[in-house]
Each structure stands twice: as structure tokens, then as C-alpha cells.
Design a protein around this ligand. Structure first.
Ligand SMILES: Nc1nc2c(c(=O)[nH]1)N[C@H]1C(S)=C(S)[C@@H](COP(=O)(O)O)O[C@H]1N2
Ligand SMILES: [Mo]
Length: 199
């Protein structure tokens, strides 16, 4: 019998450098939703950035599609410990969406159809770190995975990647969203294993 267990003496190191601590690889794409899947007709879809003074910038689906589109390949890490490497997406960079937004606020609350919320600091959405994606592996994003469009912010745990996204609200101070209110970490860096408050 071995007296050495993988978790003994600290956090488990994963065997590969592209896998954050405590994560395992999956080829599947598990569905994790806190409620029913909202169905949003494209002619009623809107995405709105609202600033702390009440200013709003909105895009219809057609306006959103007319923005510069980017293909990107990223690794995603769910707090329930699955990771999926090399996923390919198409969508609009948050840098593009924030181009004409003026705000002094450093924090955001991301909102989805259905009422989901999650907080992300503004700097984690900019400089090529986040997208609103509508296509996954070359196909329109399936409703269960957040279609018509979801946030993808791959350097944070995947609960930050709000499905059915419909807006981003600028906040002068950080505030907890849905899972953060329930005890998950306010920031959620998988490389520092920030799963729960206090991690
Ligand atoms: N609107 C919304 N977005 C959400 C969720 C949700 O319940 N509602 N779950 C989050 C969680 S916990 C994870 S792990 C991922 C799961 O995305 P998937 O179902 O496409 O795998 O979506 C995140 N975004
Ligand atoms: Mo998750």
C-alpha cells in the first residue's frame, strides 16, 4: 500500500503544463446551466453595454454581425474540474464592443437572458482576453451552450463565461454575481485554483 497520495502535502499538480491544478481533461462538452435554456429569436436579440452614469450602447443581431469577427482557439476550465483544450470559436472581441464606450468604472456585471449574472473586472475583458461568441467548432452555438451568443473569457473559470449574454453593466466597485453570491470566488483564476471564497 502506498503512503503517498497525489494530494498529500498541498495542491495536486497536474501532469501537463496546460492543465490547471485539480483539473482533468474531457473531450465532451458538458452542459452546466442553473435554470432552463432561454430561446431568444434573433430579431429580438440585443446586447447592451451600460455605463455607471446611465449611458447605453446597444447592438441588434444584425449590427453585432456587422462588427469585425474573430476566430479564436482557447482552453476552457470549469470549476467542476473538467477542462477542454483547443476549443475553436468565432465572435466579436470585447475590445471592439468597448471601443466607443467611455467609463471610469473598473468592474462589470455580465448579464444573460434568464437572469444569470457574473462579475468580471473590466481589464479581464479587454486586450484580447474575451469575446462574445456565436459559433462553436464551426457551427452556430447550440442553445444549451449559450446560443445565440455567450461570453467567452477563457482565462477565468468557465462560470464567468455567461451564456445567452445580453449585456454588460459597468460598476465602480466589484459586486458578486449569481455563483459568487453563493460562495464561489469573486475572481476565479483556475491557475491559482480560486474556486471558492477564501481560496
Ligand atoms: N446564463 C448562464 N450562463 C452560464 C451558466 C448558467 O447557468 N447560466 N453556467 C456557467 C457555468 S457554471 C459553466 S461551467 C458554463 C458551462 O457552459 P456549458 O454549459 O456550455 O458547458 O457556463 C456558465 N455560464
Ligand atoms: Mo461551472
Amino acid at each position: 500500500m502506498s503512503i503517498i497520495s497525489p494530494g498529500f502535502g498541498g495542491r495536486r499538480r497536474s501532469s501537463r503544463p496546460d492543465l490547471p491544478p485539480g483539473q482533468y481533461l474531457t473531450e465532451d462538452f458538458p452542459v452546466l446551466s442553473a435554470g432552463p435554456t432561454p430561446r431568444i429569436p434573433l430579431d429580438r436579440w440585443t446586447f447592451t453595454i451600460s455605463d455607471e452614469t446611465g449611458g447605453r450602447t446597444s447592438w441588434s443581431w444584425d449590427e453585432f454581425q456587422a462588427l469585425p469577427q474573430e476566430d479564436f482557439t482557447v482552453d476552457i476550465h470549469c470549476v467542476t474540474k473538467w477542462s477542454k483544450l483547443g476549443t475553436t470559436w468565432r465572435g466579436v472581441s470585447l475590445d471592439t464592443l468597448f471601443e466607443n464606450v467611455e467609463s471610469a468604472a473598473d468592474f462589470t456585471m455580465v448579464h444573460g437572458y434568464g437572469g444569470y449574472t457574473t462579475n468580471v473586472p473590466l481589464e479581464d475583458l479587454l486586450d484580447g482576453k474575451a469575446w462574445i461568441a456565436h459559433t462553436f467548432e464551426g457551427e452556430p452555438l447550440h442553445p444549451e451552450h449559450g446560443g445565440p451568443a455567450r461570453l467567452v473569457v477563457p482565462h477565468l473559470y468557465f462560470w464567468k463565461s455567461a451564456k445567452w449574454v445580453n449585456g454588460i453593466q459597468m460598476l465602480p466597485q466589484d459586486e458578486p454575481g449569481f455563483w459568487e453570491e453563493a460562495g464561489y470566488h469573486l475572481y476565479g483564476d483556475p491557475w491559482r485554483e480560486q474556486r471558492y471564497q477564501g481560496d
